[in-house]
Design a binder for this molecule. Structure first.
Ligand code: MSP
Length: 475
């Protein structure tokens, strides 16, 4: 049994969750359920990132006290996570008192790598990121991700000496001690690291008051990313607790847009604290809507709650985990989603269960004891899962579902029921159901409710009662 620690990015609470937020949670949840099944002890963190300009200005525009505004939105994320069937063991809010106090401890421990200097340059409030003159020029003064003009900042800040750690980080990445997935992003990150300047890690209170105070300097608050990244260890009780059972993290899930923070500032912080680097950082692509970035101004934002309410959470998990590639950008359209529901979930799996259950029950077949099927002994599946290739593992399992459908069509148990013996029929149905229960195991991290239901229908050693309502009623 190993100790496993899985983390997700913590979203800003500057609005309600949107469909793009689902991926971090779903990928982490599949891995969490898989490792639990493998018998490991797992902690799974999630939470909300509540400080910074972005949240502050939204609260102000809404005319709501910022703390209240952050609480309301944080609750929406918590509810959304539950709606997705995702079950983190920890939920941290960066406004938690314990987190703020621990952040200040972290700052003090990093002090020998911190210096004060003045900053004159650009800032993107959308990214909460300081932008170099080159980026400013390349993007003609407008952030391509947020379609917003960069702000000019001229202020005294504290800086963190990334330069103290660059070589060590590059070596850890090259040697795979901190593995970055997918491979092409690893190369991008190594390039960025070469150019990475020291980073500003505070803002003057007069420009931004909504943040964790810098210890010993009332005129400054911490840069939101320093505060946010710390969550991964403060949630485990660092620095007062010994976190070595669960740190380094087994895997940290983040979107491609924030990978750079996790491969430059975050490892530098960890090295400054004398902590080991995470074993894997897994970056997923973006969910697009009709092949475009989702944005309110384009009017193509998909509301995840609408999709879940209409088709159920299992259909949502199915689409996002199988048809949204784990590592590259993928498109969401209602048409594709509905197709996947009707043609794959309802036809391939729903019908298969219904057919096998009806045939078994109608012919009074008792299920075998099915020894040795629950061993997770499928090497190919395990290899995909261990490499965080979740959509590939799902496809692989789904091909097995399709194979069982093909086997039924070829073996024609309905004909055996007329022309063969009872033993022949029982052998045929039992063998098909054994295959189904095996694939059910492989599918269980992806479709927890459906697979539980299938296990309830086909109980080894018992007769079968078909479900009154199909698992996925056709729309
Ligand atoms: N607060 C920071 C993360 C701090 S982690 C220490 C942040 N928040 S965010 O709300 O902008 O994004 C949260 C997560 O959602 C990130 O992993 C981000 O990549 C992901 N996504 C936001 N929109 C997305 C899509 N359209 N598609 C897929 N994921 C995207 O960044």
């Amino acid at each position: 049994m190993s100790k496993v620690y899985i983390t997700t990015a913590i979203p800003y609470v500057n609005g309600a969750p949107h469909i793009g937020h689902s991926l971090d949670y779903l990928l982490a949840d599949v891995y969490y359920r898989y490792r639990l099944k493998m018998g490991d002890e797992v902690r799974f963190q999630s939470g909300t990132d509540e400080h910074g300009n972005k949240v502050f200005s939204k609260a102000k525009a809404a005319g709501i006290d910022v703390r209240e505004y952050a609480s309301q939105n944080s609750q929406k994320f918590k509810d959304f996570i539950a709606l997705l069937g995702v079950k983190p063991t920890e939920f941290i809010r960066t406004t938690d008192e314990d987190h703020e106090r621990r952040c200040q401890e972290i700052w003090k421990k990093l002090e020998q790598h911190i210096y004060k200097s003045s900053y004159e340059g650009w800032y993107c409030e959308g990214c909460e990121n300081f932008v170099t003159q080159k980026e400013y020029d390349d993007n003609h003064g407008v952030c391509p991700d947020h379609n917003k003009e960069y702000q000019k900042l001229s202020e005294e800040n504290y800086y963190f000496k990334i330069s103290d750690f660059k070589d060590e980080i590059a070596e850890a990445i090259e040697k795979g001690e901190m593995s970055i997935l997918p491979e092409f992003r690893k190369r991008e990150m190594l390039e960025l690291l070469k150019e990475a300047p020291d980073v500003s890690i505070s803002r003057p209170v007069k420009s931004l008051s909504w943040g964790v105070p810098v210890p010993g300097d009332d005129s400054q608050v911490m840069y939101v990313w320093l505060d946010a990244l710390s969550n991964y260890i403060t949630v485990l009780g660092y620095p007062e607790n010994d976190i070595s059972d669960f740190w380094p993290a087994t895997v940290q899930f983040v979107g491609k847009d924030i990978l750079r923070f996790h491969t430059i500032i975050w490892p530098a912080m960890l090295l400054g604290l004398g902590l080991p680097l995470p074993k894997t950082i897994c970056s997923h692509g973006f969910i697009l809507s009709n092949n475009q970035k989702m944005s309110k101004s384009l009017g193509n934002v998909v509301n995840p709650i609408e999709a879940i309410n209409k088709y159920g959470v299992e259909a949502f998990r199915y689409y996002f985990l199988r048809h949204i590639d784990t590592f590259v950008d993928s498109d969401f359209t209602w048409e594709k989603f509905e197709d996947a529901y009707n043609n794959e979930l309802a036809n391939d799996l729903g019908n298969l269960v219904q057919r096998l259950a009806v045939l078994t029950s109608k012919n009074d077949v008792v299920l075998d004891q099915f020894k040795d099927i629950f061993t997770n002994s499928d090497k190919q599946y395990k290899d995909f899962m261990d490499a965080f290739e979740f959509s590939k593992a799902f496809n692989y399992a789904w091909e097995k579902v399709q194979k069982i459908n093909k086997d039924i069509d070829e073996q024609k148990p309905w004909e055996i029921s007329k022309t063969g013996t009872k033993e022949e029929l029982s052998e045929c149905l039992n063998s098909l159901i054994k295959d189904l229960l095996f694939v059910n195991e492989l599918l269980s991290p992806y479709l927890p409710k459906t697979t539980e239901e299938i296990s309830r229908i086909f109980i080894p050693g018992q007769k079968v009662t078909p479900p009154k309502i199909p698992l996925f009623p056709k729309n």
